[in-house]
Design a protein around this ligand. Structure first.
Ligand code: ASP
Ligand code: MG
Length: 419
């Protein structure tokens, strides 16, 4: 069997949904799991609904939600004349509207997940009905019945053993019949049936989990770009598609900020040696990028930027060596659910470059301040260049102040304060 994943941009309009259907029609009769994101920018819009709700601005939240609702109803009506099956959408809307009439009594992240998860439920419901209408039989499955998670709302951790059992039970028989199965990316559920999300852009990760659990021949991620590029073409016009990469290269690129694939996607694939294709949804004839576990030589320089970085500077108060307190340091990071992007040790100081995760970063700073003198600088950019040369490094760091630099024969990373 194979797994396909369509991102938000691949289902953002009527044309694009029709294009997705055309791609799927080619695989009819062969076992296929299709993981789908929310349409276009729906997740961003739902985030605004959650924020307004939590602020107590009920009318604003309902208003914002209504425009999401109208958009989805409009798409449904345009794709399926007569609107057969529209009740399924209406049920989903009602669930959220109910919640929006409540008053928040729990933490923000909980409400965020209950509201935001609807994006993927809506997009898959539309696709399900449209495909059936277009003569492509398919089964819609609520992924929350399979991806049981813990209750870390907005960054939930999937129970893979539970998922393996449920996937075998619910999906394997359908695949044996050569069915096409539609699943929502990005979402899961706790044992209490509360919805959770796996972190922004997490649908790639969902697709990788199912590839792993179902021993897929391959995973194909359909995107609106030609493949994986060596830099963001919006920032570097000379960026080009890389035809072949290996897992290690891609996980480094993704972890350090390349937008192309979610960093958590690689591990489930690597663990079972499943190849991944990144292909252009707008032009399926293009070869795209193949990602596998064999070495790839002669790669061009790969440039990625990670913004919203914080540099934490920790110093021991009594001049005891920082090196003797590494366990404490990493316990603080683990407790805050923050992974350092760069670490630089000195005798009595350590500098940590971390993502700015809002509250979580604030909690980390606070917890660290109980043991160390702490200072923090926000709004920084981490530049990573793999397979670099010094001219390129010079050119790319020209406009900023270098706060931290680390270099290996293969990779250079610079933390920059930009003007
Ligand atoms: N819809 C979610 C997001 O935009 C998940 C995804 O697209 O992968 O973050
Ligand atoms: Mg998305």
């Amino acid at each position: 069997m194979q797994v396909y994943k369509f991102g938000g941009a691949s289902v953002s309009s009527i044309d694009r949904i029709q294009q997705a259907a055309a791609i799927l029609s080619v695989r009819q009769g062969q076992p296929l799991v299709v993981v789908i994101s929310a349409m276009g920018k729906t997740t961003n819009e739902l985030e605004k609904v959650a924020e307004a709700f939590y602020r107590g601005a009920r009318a604003e939240a309902l208003d914002l939600f209504d425009s999401i609702k109208q958009k989805h109803l409009g798409t449904f009506a345009a794709l399926i004349p007569g609107g057969n099956g529209q009740e399924a959408l209406v049920d989903l809307f009602t669930e959220v509207e109910w919640l929006l009439h409540d008053r928040p009594v729990r933490e923000f992240d909980y409400y965020y997940d209950q509201i935001v998860c609807i994006g993927e439920l809506l997009s898959t419901t539309i696709l399900h009905h449209y495909l059936a209408h277009a003569g492509i039989p398919n089964t819609w499955v609520d992924v929350r019945d399979i991806l049981r998670t813990d209750a870390t709302f907005r960054d939930a951790v999937v129970d893979l053993d539970y998922a393996a059992t449920e996937a075998a039970l619910r999906l394997t028989p359908l695949l044996a019949e050569g069915r096409t199965i539609l699943l929502q990316g990005f979402i899961g559920s706790t044992s209490e049936n509360e919805s959770t999300t796996l972190g922004r852009e997490g649908s790639d990760y969902t697709a990788a989990i199912f590839s792993n659990l179902l021993d897929a021949e391959s995973l194909t991620i359909w995107k609106d770009v030609e493949g994986v590029m060596n830099a963001d073409p919006k920032l570097f016009p000379e960026a080009r598609v890389i035809p072949e990469l290996n897992y290690a290269e891609v996980i480094e690129m993704a972890y350090y900020g390349a937008q192309v694939i979610h960093p958590k996607t690689i591990k489930p694939l690597q663990n079972k040696h499943i190849p991944m294709y990144v292909r252009c949804f707008l032009d399926p004839a293009l070869p795209g990028t193949l990602i596998h576990d064999r070495p790839v030589r002669d790669l061009p320089p790969i440039i990625v930027l990670k913004r919203s970085q914080v540099l934490l500077h920790l110093q021991s108060r009594d001049f005891s060596f920082i090196g003797g307190q590494t366990r404490l340091l990493y316990t603080l990071l683990e407790t805050a659910h923050i992974q350092p992007n760069l670490v630089q040790h000195g005798a009595i100081t350590v500098q940590l470059c971390v993502d700015d995760k809002g509250d979580r970063t604030a909690r980390l700073t606070e917890a660290a301040a109980a043991h160390f003198d702490v200072s923090a600088e926000k709004g920084l950019t981490l530049l990573t260049i793999r397979h670099f040369d010094t001219d390129l490094l010079k050119a790319l760091t020209a406009g900023g102040t270098q706060l931290l630099l680390q270099e290996t024969p293969e990779t250079v990373q610079v933390l920059l304060r930009q003007q």
